[in-house]
Design a protein around this ligand. Sequence first.
Ligand code: HEM
Length: 212
Amino acid sequence: MTDPVAAPQPHQAHHHDPGFWRTYVFSTDHKMIGKQFLSVSLLMLVVGGLLAMLIRYQLAWPNTPVPGLGWVPEPQVVGGVMSPSFYNSVFTMHATIMIFFAVMPILIGSFGNFLIPLMIGARDMAFPVLNMLSFWVAVVASIIMIAGFLVPGGHAAAGWTSYAPLSAVAAFLYGRPGTRPISCMPKRTRRFDGFRPSRTSGSARPMMTDIA
Ligand code: HEM
């Protein structure tokens, strides 16, 4: 008589190791995808944080060369000093990256993926391959988003909502420092240029004259 304990169980007999790539890279397991989302989102949180540091640097020391930024070519950065349109790109990308590449993927892609199937007692998400693709599309999108800084004319610079007035003044959005009269500038730029003493005290000089 066969020993029922010693006999191979059906699910053990068919089990095979999916290997490194299917386990850690192109995984369809909701827990692994959740962890992948968390890793990439934390990386993007750092990128968004570095951009926040640039914003704060400009607000704290207007028109001063930013250490480590000297390599960025004109007209984005002139001798280490951020141009107005570059500043706008920086805070636009800060917000866009924080919202769409850090907070949302952490909440939905990471915690949602990891926890919801466990909480409802499901084995996995409904479409695991689609789930995996959603992560890899997000990775490609992150790379494209960062690479936008390399585009001639500069990155998107109209704020993360792309509302007017920032989005409505074409001259303001393209990296052409020194070509725009201060009077034509939207309010946000004036703040940047030192017209809001509470934030940027000591920066009454318009930046245009410095870098034109
Ligand atoms: C150390 C952390 C952070 C610092 C120092 C920081 C700094 C700033 C500053 C100074 C601005 C104003 C830029 C301007 O209008 O000239 C700004 C804008 C913004 N930040 Fe942050 N930020 C931080 C974290 C975050 C996080 C975690 C998020 C998102 C969850 C976020 C979302 C935004 C948004 C949506 C805007 C508005 C940008 C726009 O008007 O297009 N920030 N941030």
